[in-house]
Design a protein around this ligand. Structure first.
Ligand code: UTP
Length: 274
């Protein structure tokens, strides 16, 4: 079914400078775990085995993180400190990691297209690791994979935001089938509140059919001069059904400081059982 997850992780992370000058944004820790690991764990929970990561220059630590660190492992083997490696060992054991580099940072759509040869001709999930999703039940990607099994089409995860916040997101116009599911008619990237078709904002979780690569290939630069995934999905809508799914859970935008601090506090409370 859905066996591959693409992680676009080549962005500059300018909002976190200087922390991201030499360290990838995706390696910033929320408590003791880097953001990307939360994303990979979410994918594993959804039954996904192949993690396809689109990296860029200066992002080698991402690859090192999902590999064995022989010296460290040797040093702490048999000590009480070994337990701190349990989660990452589990992730490494359960997954296959494949990488490619986005040589020019031309936008999220371009990053997804760069990952095409890692995905092939199958439907796949996309996780933007700086969107950290926490849910009481199934992870957000698991909810979407279950939905895909039923609907067999592309799905974007959406949440309702305040009208003045929609400018930071892609906004959807859709025909709602029930409280949580809509057939998307249109998507608009970063609209002003008066131009937004709705206050339903697309967040960093997608299931995409491989047809997206064909629509991405035809895209020219859109908002911010970048090749936008939103524009390609908009083109896809004309050829295939695309659903918007109002997920169950909380999403933290860890690409900005407020979201990052909120996620840190929430995960800290969870870890301490508070
Ligand atoms: P963002 O819009 O958050 O951009 O990208 P950014 O560069 O990471 O951060 P700022 O805005 O400069 O602070 C959303 C996601 O898309 C990836 C990013 O790594 C992030 O996961 N991305 C973006 C790419 O992989 N390549 C791109 O060309 C652009």
């Amino acid at each position: 079914m859905i066996d591959k997850c693409l992680f676009p992780a080549a962005g500059y992370g300018t909002r976190f400078l200087p922390a991201t000058k030499v360290m990838p944004k995706e390696m910033l820790p929320i408590c003791t775990k880097p953001l990307i690991q939360y994303g990979v764990e979410e994918a594993i929970e959804a039954g996904i085995h192949t993690m396809a990561i689109v990296t860029g220059r200066g992002k080698r630590t991402l690859e090192d993180h999902f590999d064995i660190s022989y010296e460290l492992e040797h040093q702490i083997r048999g000590t009480t400190k070994e337990k701190h490696l349990a989660d990452i060992r589990n992730v490494i054991d359960k997954s296959r990691f494949v990488y490619t580099r986005q040589r020019e940072i031309k936008g999220l759509g371009h990053a997804v297209l760069t990952g095409r040869h890692l995905i092939g001709k199958e439907a796949f999930a996309v996780i933007l690791a700086d969107d950290l999703c926490v849910s009481k039940g199934d992870s957000v990607v698991k909810q979407m994979v279950e939905l895909y099994k039923r609907e067999r089409c592309s799905i974007v995860a959406v949440m309702e935001v305040a009208p003045n916040e929609i400018i930071s997101y892609g906004s959807i116009a859709g025909d709602w089938i029930d409280d949580n599911l809509a057939v998307v008619r249109e998507m608009v990237e970063k609209p002003t509140p008066d131009k937004a078709p709705s206050n339903f904002a697309v967040i960093g979780r997608y299931i995409l059919t491989p047809r997206i690569f064909e629509t991405l290939e035809k895209q020219s630069a859109g908002a911010n001069g970048e090749i936008q995934l939103t524009d390609a999905i908009n083109a896809l809508i004309k050829e295939e059904k695309v659903l918007a799914y109002r997920f169950s859970g909380i999403r933290y935008d860890c690409g900005n400081l407020d979201g990052f601090v909120a996620a840190t506090n929430a995960i800290y409370k969870q870890m301490k059982g508070l």
